[in-house]
Design a protein around this ligand. Structure first.
Ligand code: ZN
Length: 213
């Protein structure tokens, strides 16, 4: 019988407790007593296929992970409402002092697909259309410059542009800007195609994503 859903998770946790946990017990104990000190924070999509800890085979304590629909960083906003992503970024940069911030985009992103619909608001969703609307200007730029490209190429371009929009929005936070200028923090734009499987990184000088692995 195939095990799925929460039963699969319970089985996985048992394997973790008896395997990986036992194997990394010393590391985990030191992370508890000394606290976490990850050098890298990653903003990734909530998509079940692009878990950064699995993709990068990281250990406990390596990665501070922020996940949301379409791996987006919103621009800084002054009013004090519920800014989950901004709060997590603040904790990573000011609280933990991470040295690297990665925005990880991915192919076949459901959030980007919804944003590319003629009218994203014409759906049963209430929150996703307004969340991904921060990409509307980038979407229009892609459509204007890729008028002759097929839908697949346009979608890939939108997914990669979403990474660039997030990188740009990161610099609207003064504490990100200051740390970039002082050399304490580096920003990275990465894009993964799990079907490839291929990892690309944005090359600022070339002005495009280039395959790295
Ligand atoms: Zn996605």
């Amino acid at each position: 019988m195939k095990i799925s859903g929460v039963d699969k998770l319970m089985q996985g946790y048992r394997r973790y407790r008896d395997g990986d946990y036992e194997h990394s017990r010393k590391l985990i104990e030191s992370l508890v007593s000394a606290g976490q000190q990850p050098q890298v924070a990653v903003v990734a999509c909530s998509d079940s296929r692009v878990d950064p800890a699995i993709l990068f085979q990281s250990d406990p304590g390596d990665l501070y992970v922020i996940r949301n629909v379409a791996n987006l960083v919103p621009p800084m906003e002054e009013e004090g409402t519920y800014h989950g992503t901004s709060a997590a970024l603040e904790f990573a940069v000011l609280g933990l002092g991470v040295k690297h911030l990665i925005v990880l985009g991915h192919a076949h992103c459901g959030g980007i697909k919804l944003m590319m619909q003629p009218d994203p608001y014409d759906s049963s969703f209430k929150y996703v259309p307004s969340w991904v609307s921060m990409l509307s200007a980038a979407h229009r730029r892609v459509l204007a410059t890729m008028a002759n490209a097929g839908p697949e190429a346009c979608t890939r371009a939108c997914e990669q542009n979403a990474v660039l929009v997030s990188l740009e929005n990161l610099t609207t936070f003064p504490w990100v800007r200051e740390r970039i200028e002082s050399g304490e923090l580096q920003l990275h734009g990465w894009y993964v195609d799990i079907a490839g499987p291929e990892l690309s990184a944005y090359d600022g000088e070339a002005g495009k994503f280039v395959t790295v692995i």
